[in-house]
Design a protein around this ligand. Sequence first.
Ligand SMILES: Cc1ncc(C[n+]2csc(CCOP(=O)(O)OP(=O)(O)O)c2C)c(N)n1
Length: 437
Amino acid sequence: MPENILSQIDNPADLKKLPIDKLHQLAQEIRTKIIDVTFKNGGHLGSNLGVIELTIALHYIFSLENDRLIWDVSHQCYTHKILTGRKNSFDTIRLYQGLSGFTNPEESPYDTLVVGHAGTAISTALGIATGDSIAGTNRKVIAVCGDGALTAGMSLEALNYAGILKKNLIVILNDNKMSISHTVGAMANYLNKLRTSYLYRDLKKDVASLIEKIPKASQQMEKAFHHIRAAALAPLGGAIFEELGWSYFGPIEGHNIPVLINNLKTISQLNGPILLHIITEKGYGSQYAIDDPYKMHGIGPLTIADGKISSEKSTRLNYTDVFAESIVELANKNEKIVGITAAMPDGTGLVKLQEKFPNRYFDVGICEQQAVGLACGLAKSGIKPVVAIYSTFLQRAFDQLFHEIALQKNPVVFTIDRAGLVGADGPTHHGLYDISS
Ligand SMILES: Cc1ncc(C[n+]2csc(CCOP(=O)(O)OP(=O)(O)O)c2C)c(N)n1
């Protein structure tokens, strides 16, 4: 039986002492711990299993007690917590008086910000990098942003602004093709193209090494082969980011620790805004989480018996169930009714409308403001929009509620889920400001 490595790691300094070839085993040990605790306490399973290797590599290369690391949403911070002095209290995560399920500077100096809402990491990291350049502080600033969070307006606004500010900022784009459900939108399609180019790049590499092996009869032939080989190895993709003023690297394998370490080392020596695109799998290492990524994104306590997962589920209908049934019933009667969600088709129940009337269902991505703007325009065209958003996330669209809807008495229905105090998710997710709005 191999020695247990995690038992020797209390902080990033211990991690840095390990040789690279031990890090894979460490990742497996952390994976087991996260699965055990999350099944017991509930939490964000799939997202955390997808970034274990990335987190190890980040702490291996950077000095994050001084450099700044910002996790978007921060629901994927479990490995970060385990590696930064919270291993022994990790089994209290999301419990009363236990560790938060998100980052919180009151818990650790390694946590830069309180985060729970999506799309904020690039913007806040840009602010820190800009502040550092004014204050003369010399440190690295790194934001980890998912492909889902990249669809948020605030992320795109920050990409736009960082492209001209040109501060030293590293963004790791963690692309697993998933938000809670599949990431939607033209940006997701673009990232998909880059992913395909990643497979294509391997093919090109094979072609290049094949060309190398072909015997060349003449100097001219040698030259021609050289050109073909150079074309085969030319870099691919990332044009959108490059045009916006970023240096784009990737895509690279996000579960291969030596590859991650090499790339992080390289980009840590560069200046300006840098985007490293990594490809990961949500739920990596747990077949349950891979097979059902929607349900295993955020789970309540679960038990496994005979290979089957079960949870304590109330048999009573809840608000979401009633809403899902009602909107389909009403949409059957009135063909002008449409539903809008901001990346939460399952959580809000709108997935039922999507199944029945795919053309009358809109998932705008993690873009609550856009959801409300779209509803405003739809109403102006005589359509009857129903906007289903969790109370806490509707805060993002406070001004749109006022400006696009209330001020002009626009007939839009809002169905606001998860009102009230939320318990395990904590203060970033309480749904109590909707009443005052
Ligand atoms: C403003 C806002 N809207 C919705 C959510 C709910 N939410 C939490 S995680 C998540 C998906 C994030 O996807 P991604 O950024 O790709 O990270 P992944 O979980 O795939 O690692 C969503 C929609 C949120 N946290 N904040």
